[in-house]
Ligand binder design. Structure first.
Ligand code: EPU
Length: 489
């Protein structure tokens, strides 16, 4: 086995069987062995050392559009969603909606979808299982399907291998609403023989998915639901906007409390989603790590404030361009953010990932590549996922100097220190990165591998790059637009 071939993640359409979905044991994906690597054509050859320069555009946020698509199930008329990225997660949700009778067609502009839920129907386990293991979104079908059909079957979940990723909060919430959950080896069978009823419920941790689960269930449950310790990420606020457009009554109070007044009926929506702040930050980190200059059209300052503060503290420069609506004799201008490396040395920083408004866990991996170029010791304390630093060994194989620790090296102890997970990293820099052969372990770490290869001197081979299509639209075309020297062999 190649020393850097650590894990292989997000296995695509590969159904797997699982005993309990409540607390799923973390199973490391099998490593690629040397023969598999030699045979795969899913590889990008990256000639590094050239600064990325140019302009790209981000579309609707991956972590909103997939949820908005699920919300369409709740309406009694068609919904219209605009500016969707062409990524695999959208295709998976489209397929799952399709087998449940939702007619999904392309809209009247590029990136638009029309979702017609007039004929929602049960799907067979086999039809649903085609999509098993490919995304985490199916778990969010529970509430809408229970409302529409009175029962639901949820296949084995997929998504990136970044820790155990249990669904206990989801199931606890659904039971609070009155659902019964029957866990079988092939997946979850849910029913709501007495309907779904509003409830008062506090999440043990402000989970994004569990908050979405509660929203998508409570909007049509009978009575009032009060969710405490809710996640309040911009994608969640945008999902609330979608549900409000459908006729829901949702109040967001201070201190992470969301109150939902159930309504008997919702209708379709028309929505242009918030831009993808994870993709925007990934390109910003790529600009910094390669000493380049990238303008990200569509990037939204308000959603990226915490990232922008760290970017500036590291020594990166940025400029926000406000959008200008079209007027007579003026075609207008799309807003965005220009990110660049101003020359000279970058500075080390200490950061902790956290729920919103903290520094997103998904910003961490791309930025760490830039931190390998900063002078001094940078500290990253990952507090959202317990196993999201494994990718650093690949960076070390390229010349980085990153040590990972079990201790909480941030200001506050987190859930993982007590549980003995390596979830803090110390990055000593600057380090000259050299080319290597890399295997992509998961979506965000995969993008960081790509950035590292672009920043390194020499020619790297990055295996498993198709995984990046799960969350980054047309990333190869964007790399070409930014002047990267990459090719498929
Ligand atoms: N958790 C539980 N039990 C649950 C649910 C979550 O213990 O039932 C824990 C998780 O294990 C984790 C923490 O709570 O330690 C946070 O998980 P959360 O539920 O917030 O994450 P998620 O909804 O599964 C979404 C994004 C992730 C992003 C996180 C955090 C989607 C499809 N995924 O995941 O995005 O990292 O929120 O912001 O929206 C990505 O885009 O690459 C990605 C992984």
């Amino acid at each position: 086995m190649l020393p850097w071939a650590t894990t292989r993640g997000c296995p695509g359409h590969r159904p797997r069987h699982r005993g309990s979905q409540d607390i799923q044991p973390h199973r490391y994906p099998a490593p690629l062995d040397a023969l598999e690597v030699a045979l795969t054509d899913d590889v990008l050859v990256v000639h590094g050392g050239t600064p990325l320069e140019g302009r790209i555009r981000v579309r609707g946020a991956k972590n909103l559009v997939s949820k908005a698509m699920v919300a369409a199930l709740l309406g009694d008329s068609p919904s219209r969603l605009y500016d969707l990225p062409k990524i695999r997660d959208v295709e998976v949700v489209r397929g799952l909606l399709g087998v449940h009778g939702v007619k999904v067609t392309d809209g009247d502009e590029d990136g638009a979808l029309v979702l017609d839920p007039a004929n929602v129907e049960s799907a067979s386990t086999d039809q649903i299982n085609v999509h098993a293991g490919s995304s985490r979104i199916p778990i969010l079908f529970c509430g809408p399907l229970l409302h529409r059909l009175g029962h639901a079957f949820i296949p084995d979940l997929g998504g990136c291998h970044i820790g155990p990723r249990p669904i206990d909060f989801h199931l606890q919430a659904l039971r609070e609403f009155g659902a019964t959950v029957d866990k079988q080896p092939e997946g979850l069978h849910l029913s709501a023989p007495n309907g779904l009823h509003g409830t008062k419920f506090a999440l043990p941790y402000p989970s994004v998915g569990a908050t979405e689960q509660v929203l998508l269930t409570a909007v049509m449950a009978e009575g009032v639901t009060e969710l405490r310790n809710a996640a309040v990420e911009p994608e969640i606020v945008d999902l609330i906007c979608v549900l409000q457009k459908m006729g829901a009554i949702i109040k967001v109070h201070t201190d992470r409390v969301i109150e939902i007044q159930g309504v008997p009926k919702l209708h379709g929506y028309s929505h242009r989603p918030i831009p993808d702040r994870i993709e925007a930050a990934s390109w910003a980190a790529a600009a910094l790590a390669t000493r380049g200059h990238v303008e990200v059209l569509g990037a939204e300052q308000a959603d990226m404030m915490t990232f922008l503060n760290i970017f500036r503290s590291v020594g990166g420069e940025y400029e926000v361009t406000d959008a200008r609506p079209p007027r007579l004799n003026d075609p207008g201008q799309e807003g965005g953010i220009r990110f660049w490396h101003p020359g000279g040395e970058l500075k080390s920083v200490a950061l902790e990932t956290d729920v919103h408004p903290g520094f997103m866990t998904d910003w961490q991996q791309p930025l760490v590549v830039a931190l390998t170029q900063a002078r001094g010791l940078s500290i990253v304390h990952e507090t959202v996922y317990e196993q999201r630093l494994g990718y650093t060994s690949a960076l070390n194989s390229m010349g980085a100097n990153i040590q990972v620790y079990r201790d909480c090296l941030g200001g506050t102890p987190c859930r993982f220190g007590r549980r003995n997970f390596k979830h803090s990293a110390v990055i000593a820099g600057p380090s000259k990165l050299h080319a290597a052969d890399l295997v992509i372990p998961d979506l965000r770490a995969g993008f960081s591998h790509l950035i590292a290869a672009l920043a390194a001197e020499g020619t790297s081979r990055v295996y498993g790059v198709d995984l990046i299509n799960r969350g980054y639209e047309d990333f190869e075309a964007k790399l070409a637009d930014l002047g990267a020297h990459v090719e498929r062999p």
